[in-house]
Design a protein around this ligand. Structure first.
Ligand code: FPP
Length: 272
């Protein structure tokens, strides 16, 4: 389901076409932003950033440079998301499968990038002025101590904040998250703190890494892949998916706005 032109009145569509023809993307982006801001802004956006390596390979660049450009783009994208008033963002940066199946050298490069960017986040003036709470979601025991330490520093530096939430899914797997939650529920039953019949959806949601936060309204995946790849398996039951045909390093603000416009154009029935 790649995004094409969706929603909006025919007047808007004609205006968009005219503006793209004569005014270029800046004006188009401005119009798109007006349109998006006049509709409901998703409370929680999930991002599966994909296509870093293909982007690099197509340009004859080393793979690690694709990840570096990807990390730069992520910093920009998070600013755009924040500016639009999205309160919670979850980014799928590294799965357990990525860590187990990719060449050691590539994983090490990605982990070093994560360490570097986590420290940057911990000191980012915007993170502090906007009161963004950063959380690592994933199996932190799989991370090298210096990478885990940097991420935990970002968590510590922002632990008192509650205006915005940024979850970094690193060493993450949705199945692993559900298994951990089930294990914790079982432990509570075993200790007598809970009866088996007390285990319900609300309890399970509270035991996920994202406990206390809303489920994602919108999940964006780049590079045209239509898989979920284990991202927020429990939480995505009613999420809207928007698949974009761009590699992550070339993701633009216009792509984000289009994805939100597509989300706004879909009617969410929550099974009703
Ligand atoms: C997906 O593209 C990207 C990754 C697996 C790594 C992304 C990680 C970062 C950009 C670091 C982010 C930093 C923080 C602090 C969260 P791919 O390698 O799967 O590309 P492909 O689909 O072309 O193979």
């Amino acid at each position: 389901m790649p995004v094409g032109g969706t929603s909006g009145s025919s007047l808007y569509r004609v205006a968009r076409l005219l503006i793209r023809a004569i005014g270029g993307y800046r004006l188009y982006e401005w119009l798109l932003e007006r349109q998006v801001l006049s509709g409901p802004i998703p409370a929680h956006v999930g991002i599966v950033l994909d296509g870093n390596r293909r982007w690099a390979e197509e340009r004859g660049l080393p793979r690690w440079l694709g990840h570096r450009y990807g990390a730069d783009r992520l910093e920009e994208a998070l600013r755009w998301i924040l500016d639009l008033g999205v309160r919670t963002a979850t980014v799928y940066a590294l799965s357990i499968e990525n860590m187990e199946r990719r060449p050691r050298e590539e994983v090490d490069r990605i982990l070093e990038l994560i360490r570097e960017r986590a420290l940057k986040l911990a000191a980012d003036p915007l993170v502090h002025s906007k009161r963004v709470r950063v959380r690592l979601i994933g199996d932190r025991s799989r991370l090298p101590p210096e990478v885990r330490g940097a991420l935990e520093e970002a968590e510590r530096a922002t632990e008192g904040y509650d205006s915005f939430f940024l979850n970094l899914a690193i060493a993450y797997s949705g199945r692993d998250e559900i298994v951990r939650a089930a294990r914790r529920a079982a432990e509570m039953v075993a200790s007598g703190a809970l009866r088996p019949e007390d285990i319900d959806e609300e309890l399970m949601s509270s035991l996920m890494y994202t406990g206390g936060l809303p489920d994602p309204d919108l999940i964006i995946r780049t590079s045209g892949e239509t898989r979920l790849s284990g991202f927020l398996l429990w939480q995505s039951a009613y999420s809207e998916f928007v698949i974009l045909d761009v590699y992550w390093p070339e993701f633009r603000r216009i792509d984000l706005l289009r994805a939100i416009r597509t989300y706004q154009g879909r009617s969410r029935r929550f099974g009703g």
